[in-house]
Each structure stands twice: as structure tokens, then as C-alpha cells.
Design a binder for this molecule. Structure first.
Ligand code: IVH
Length: 661
């Protein structure tokens, strides 16, 4: 390939991975693979300087901030780090550093564990936290102060005395400890919600939530590693780290200072072996020149500082055998090839499957049944097939032939121009149907409790339902004879379905499974159109006018509602009495403008009472204050009742509330 073509191809690929990683929080490749691509581009641009353009991804840090938060400009750019993959590359870094210093001058280094999380910048004025921001594209990030405030280890006020106008900036890494990550995913799995790929993504997702109350429920933590406080006159990075501790921040405790690069190598060996024993993920060691004067003398490039480098640990790998390759059909009909592996132990878990992504990927890697492969887990739950050990390939192994038909329904698979995914186009395909019903019922969508994947599978296989709207026409008799379905369980499912009819409009829009419409897009669409009918009738021009709705999403929505199948399903949902309007919260609503607190045991779950108050325009708060209009008290109300009496807040019973409703 000609260098200009390769450069162009790499740039496009890197841009795409940047978007996947920074904007969509849904990376496709491991950090290491990304680093290698990035490096190859840097190398080519160095060899062919005339091909360097200002818009190359090597000229910026990567990623655009999301639109929903206010944007803030960083005092100095939040840069990335250059990587080193072995000791020799660290020696080269050391040589570069010394070339940049005065003759005879020596650099000492600080080595810190590189925490795999999300970098943030925190601003303190007069010792108080005034702003927290994400890195964003390095220059401009999102203002996430409300979410940062929920992190228990981040001080809202600093220790010591601070002049009113003193300003300091600290930077560091917000992360989710591994145990918390596993607990959250366990919970999501139970509720059929999509899993986070790794603790880093879970932390990033938690910081970008628009509702800080949800962020607060995630046990995020933070290590700080950067302090700029001009008035303190700190001479070195190691003293900044010590000072950070003194004024109330958490710093990663294992950092050490070394007089030379050679002395630092045993530290790398030690942590290569010990990293699994830590309660959080680390993917390497950051090596920084200790003296801040020397740091300033060395300066930065547009992408990274010249005084620091990230030594990356080799991700854990294992060798195993591909016993089979199966093709799974997802909710949108995407056919995904998956390698079924002889189980092997890797980074603390047993691995028995690995995704092979798509048709091109499997051809590019030429993975065959019977092959010995190297699998790698770099923080992700789903491991990757890194390479095939071709020397161990049995003579009988044949190239994998990607099916031309959907393996479940037999429909001819389709692949659209310019897309990597092959799809089953049949709207009645059982695999798609099962996935779409599971999605419809999932916790983030219509939240139909007790309708698990095994039950959905049986309902579809026995043709008791042909789409998700049919769920609402099931009767008790239909459940008789289903496996593991006692009368009580069937009643529970029916009750949960009944309850789901009053779900807010955005949940319904999300539940429909319109391609590209996630929970957030659904909220935006619901707020803009206020009823399913107006959304269904909206022309593409009306959709793209909405801030945050792009042309691809608009096209997908219009295409979805244009299908005859969709119209039929919606007609059935309407007949079933499913709510299709934005609940009225305006002045006409009976409880508009009133704030309630609910306490004690009531006749129905507290969530239901809360929802009823909210759909009548009221607000539900968690604690009694002077602003509370009514305390709804059930049996054994506890301290809230006392507090309400103290403040003179009227207390009402559940019956009285029902009358108001
Ligand atoms: S220093 C100017 N120190 O790694 C240098 N970064 O690949 C900026 N990271 O964006 C970073 N632990 O999110 C530094 N001890 C540490 C770090 C660290 C993790 C992250 C940080 C940065 C990324 C660069």
C-alpha cells in the first residue's frame, strides 16, 4: 500500500476508534491495539513529513465532549501520554529527556501505577470544590461537578487554611473498584440490562449520567496525581503528591522516586506480578521526571508531555483451542460469529467464548475450528482472539464459511453497502423476536419483572406471542404446562405486565427497539413529541431539528415507523391500553407544584406510589424539609413523622393521598 493511502486509512480508523471510545463509550478494540495503530501513524508521518496535516488524530488528544453537559475550557490542555512497551523504549525515553536538559544535568523519576479509569480536573477556590470536569477532547470537557460531588473520596473542602481567592487545580483518575464493577454488572445481568465491558467504561458511564443521584449509588473512587498551586511553590512532582495527601486527596499509595531509569526497572517487574492483587485495575506504570523545573524545560507536544511516559503492562494472554464457531443473532438481526473455546484460565476468570466480531474480521484473522489461538483479556469481560498459532493448525481445518442464511430462521442474510454487519432481514425471525421481547421487558425499558429469558424463549417457541405487544393479551391459561411456571409465577408475570402499561412515554419509545435509539435518545424524543402518534408521524426534517438527534438516527426512526409491521404492533399496544403520551405535569395536573415525602409501610410498593404522585404532576423528595407540602405516612413511619411535626408539615394517610390523586 502507498504511504499516503495507509496514512489515510489509519487516520480514518483512529478517528472512528476515538469516537467509539470517547464519545460512545463503546470501544471495539483493546487499548493496546489502539496504541499500535496510533504508533504506526506517528511513525509514517515522521517518515513522510509532507503528508502531515493539521487534522491528523496525532495532532490532538481525541474525542469530542457530549452535548448534554455545560462545557468548560481547561486552564492548560489535558494531554495524553506517550507509551513504552519494554525497557529499551524506556531507555530511549530517558535518553530523550537528557538530550532536552542542560549538559551534565540528571533527571530523577517518579513511577506511579497507571490507573485505568477516567481522567478529571477539579478546581478549588478558597479551599472549596467549585468545578469538576472531564477531559473531553483535552481542551474542552464537560462540567460534571454534580457527579464529582458524589464521590466519597473527593473532598468538598480542603484541609488547612485557604485564602478566599486562592485557586488550585488538581487532576487525577476516577475509577470503579473491581468488586463494585462486578456487583453492578451482576445486578444489570439479573435485570437483562447491557453489561459494562470493564471497570473503566462503568466509571465513564457513571460520570456521564445526567442524574447525580444514580451516580451517587455507584461507589466511584478517585486517585489524584497532579497539583497546580502557584502560590505554594512546590519544586517537584513527588512533593505535589505528598501535598495532595496532606490537603485531603487520595493518591495511589505505591508510587516511588528513583534516581535513574535503570533503578526503576525492578519496580516494573514487581508490579507486573502484583497487579492482580490490587482491588482496582492498573494497566501500566507512568514514569515522570520529578523536578517541575525540568518538566517545564522539556515541555509538551500537542499530544503528550515530553517529561512523562506510560509503560504498558503486557495484557494477560492464554493459548487454547477453538472447538466450534457459532453465529448468534441479535435483536437487530446482526449475525455475530463467536468462537467456542476449550475453557482456559485467564486473568482470574474461566474463558470459554470469544467474539469474532463480524464476517470481515473472521476472514481477516482466518480463525478456523480446530485452530490453536491466543486469547487476551485487556480489562474487557469478553476476551478477544488475538492471533492464530498457524503452526499448530490441523491439516483438516477448513476456512470458516460465513452463513448466507440466518442460522435461526433461514432467511437470506443481508449486508448493506458500507456496513460491517450482516443481518437477518426477517422481522419474524425467532431469534430477533426473543431478543426484542427481552429488550422490551428489560428493566431500563418497560420493566416487566418475572419475565426472564427462559420464559420469553418458551412463549416464542410455542407461538404464544409473535411480537412484544402480544404479551399484553396473554392469559393465565396460556402459562399452564410451561416449564418451571407455577400458577403463582404466572400471576406475577401478568401483574407485572399490567403494571408496565403505565410506564412513561420515553420508556415505551426505548422499549420499541428502534435501531440506534437508546435510553437517552428515547428521553429526548419523548420530551420533543410528547406522544407516540406525533413521533410516528414526524417527518425526518422535524427530527433532525432536535438538538442531539443526528440524520442517521432520524432516518432510523422514520424507517421504523414506516414499516407495516410497526403499525400493527402499535395498534395492538394501543388496544392493550399501554400509555402512549407524556404524562401531564402542567398546572392542570392535580398535584402540580406539590412536594411529597413518603414513609412507612403502605398497601403497595413505594415505587408505585411515587410513580402515581409523579404522573399527577407532583414531586417526591426523600427527606422532610420546610419545602415539603405533605408527608404520606403508612404504618410505622419512624423519624420522618417526628420531623414533619417539628416543621409543621401536614401528614396525610394513603387514603387521603388517593383521594387527592
Ligand atoms: S499523567 C500530562 N498519571 O492515563 C500527563 N496519567 O494515557 C497526563 N492515567 O489521560 C497524565 N494514571 O487518564 C498520569 N498516574 C497517572 C495516571 C494517568 C492514569 C491516565 C490519565 C491519562 C492517561 C494517559
Amino acid at each position: 500500500m502507498k504511504p499516503e493511502d495507509e496514512i489515510e486509512k489509519l487516520r480514518r480508523e483512529i478517528e472512528r476508534h476515538n469516537r467509539k471510545y470517547y464519545v460512545e463509550n463503546d470501544p471495539e478494540i483493546s487499548d493496546r491495539e489502539y496504541d499500535l495503530l496510533f504508533r504506526r501513524l506517528v511513525e509514517l508521518e515522521r517518515e513522510h513529513p509532507r503528508l502531515l496535516t493539521p487534522d491528523s488524530p496525532t495532532r490532538k488528544v481525541g474525542g469530542e465532549p457530549l452535548d448534554a453537559f455545560t462545557q468548560v475550557r481547561h486552564a492548560s490542555p489535558m494531554l495524553s501520554l506517550d507509551n513504552a512497551f519494554n525497557d529499551d523504549e524506556l531507555r530511549e525515553f530517558d535518553a530523550r529527556v537528557h538530550r532536552g536538559l542542560e549538559p551534565g544535568e540528571r533527571a530523577a523519576y517518579v513511577a506511579e501505577l497507571k490507573i485505568d479509569g477516567v481522567s478529571v480536573s477539579l478546581l478549588y477556590r478558597g479551599g472549596a470544590l467549585v468545578r469538576g470536569a472531564t477531559r473531553g477532547n483535552g481542551t474542552v470537557g464537560d462540567d460534571i461537578t454534580a457527579n464529582i460531588r458524589t464521590i466519597r473520596s473527593v473532598p468538598l473542602r480542603l484541609a488547612g487554611n485557604w485564602a478566599r481567592d486562592s485557586e488550585i487545580e488538581v487532576r487525577g483518575e476516577v475509577f470503579l473498584p473491581i468488586a463494585a464493577f462486578e456487583a453492578i454488572n451482576g445486578e444489570r445481568d439479573k435485570n437483562d440490562e447491557p453489561l459494562f465491558a470493564n471497570p473503566r467504561n462503568a466509571a465513564a458511564g457513571s460520570l456521564k449520567l445526567l442524574d447525580p443521584a444514580i451516580t451517587a449509588a455507584r461507589p466511584l473512587d478517585a486517585f489524584l496525581y497532579y497539583l497546580r498551586a502557584p502560590h505554594m511553590k512546590l519544586p517537584s512532582h513527588s512533593e505535589c503528591l505528598t501535598k495532595l495527601r496532606e490537603i485531603g486527596f487520595k493518591t495511589e499509595p505505591h508510587w516511588r522516586r528513583f534516581d535513574s531509569i535503570e533503578r526503576l526497572f525492578p519496580f516494573l517487574r514487581e508490579w507486573e506480578n502484583r497487579k492482580e492483587s490490587l482491588p482496582y485495575d492498573t494497566d501500566g506504570v507512568v514514569v515522570k521526571v520529578d523536578s517541575l523545573r525540568q518538566q517545564d524545560a522539556l515541555g509538551t507536544t500537542t499530544h503528550h508531555p515530553r517529561f512523562a511516559v506510560a509503560y504498558k503492562f503486557q495484557p494477560e494472554q492464554a493459548e487454547t483451542i477453538v472447538e466450534n464457531i457459532v453465529v448468534q443473532v441479535g435483536r437487530t438481526g446482526a449475525l455475530t460469529p463467536v468462537a467456542v473455546l476449550r475453557p482456559v484460565h485467564l486473568s482470574g476468570t474461566t474463558v470459554s467464548r470469544a467474539t469474532l466480531h463480524n464476517q470481515d474480521e473472521i476472514r481477516r484473522r482466518d480463525v478456523r475450528v480446530g485452530d490453536t489461538v491466543i486469547v487476551q483479556k485487556a480489562g474487557e469481560i469478553i476476551p478477544q482472539v488475538l492471533s492464530v498459532v498457524t503452526g499448530k493448525r490441523p491439516a483438516s481445518a477448513k476456512p470458516f464459511v460465513f452463513p448466507e442464511k440466518c442460522p435461526v430462521c433461514g432467511a437470506r442474510a443481508e449486508r448493506r453497502e458500507g456496513e460491517a454487519v450482516t443481518r437477518c432481514p426477517n422481522p419474524w425471525c425467532r431469534a430477533k423476536l426473543k431478543e426484542s421481547i427481552r429488550h422490551f421487558a428489560s428493566r431500563g425499558a418497560m420493566d416487566v419483572e418475572h419475565l426472564g429469558p427462559a420464559l420469553v424463549s418458551q412463549l416464542v417457541d410455542l407461538e404464544l406471542v409473535g411480537d412484544y405487544a402480544d404479551l399484553y393479551f396473554l392469559e393465565l391459561d396460556n402459562f399452564a404446562g410451561l416449564e418451571r411456571m407455577a400458577d403463582k409465577s404466572a400471576r406475577n408475570v401478568l401483574a407485572a405486565l399490567e403494571k408496565s402499561r403505565t410506564m412513561p412515554l420515553d420508556r415505551l419509545i426505548f422499549a420499541l427497539g428502534i435501531p440506534l435509539v437508546g435510553a437517552r435518545a428515547a428521553q429526548i424524543l419523548a420530551a420533543a413529541f410528547r406522544s407516540l402518534d406525533s413521533l410516528a408521524a414526524a417527518p425526518p426534517e422535524a427530527l433532525v431539528q432536535i438538538h442531539e438527534i443526528g440524520p442517521r438516527l432520524a432516518e432510523s426512526v422514520v424507517g421504523f415507523f414506516r414499516q407495516k409491521h410497526t403499525a400493527d404492533v402499535i395498534a395492538k399496544l394501543r388496544k392493550a391500553g399501554v400509555n402512549m403520551k407524556m404524562e401531564s405535569k402542567g398546572a392542570g395536573a392535580p398535584l402540580a407544584g406539590r412536594t411529597f415525602v413518603v414513609t412507612g409501610a403502605l398497601s403497595r410498593p413505594r415505587e408505585d406510589v411515587k410513580r402515581a404522585i409523579e404522573s399527577a404532576g407532583g414531586r417526591v423528595a426523600s427527606s422532610v424539609t420546610k419545602k415539603t407540602d405533605y408527608l404520606v405516612a403508612g404504618d410505622s413511619p419512624g423519624s420522618k413523622l417526628a420531623r414533619a411535626r417539628e416543621l409543621g408539615v401536614p401528614t396525610i394517610s394513603e387514603d387521603e393521598l388517593n383521594r387527592m390523586l
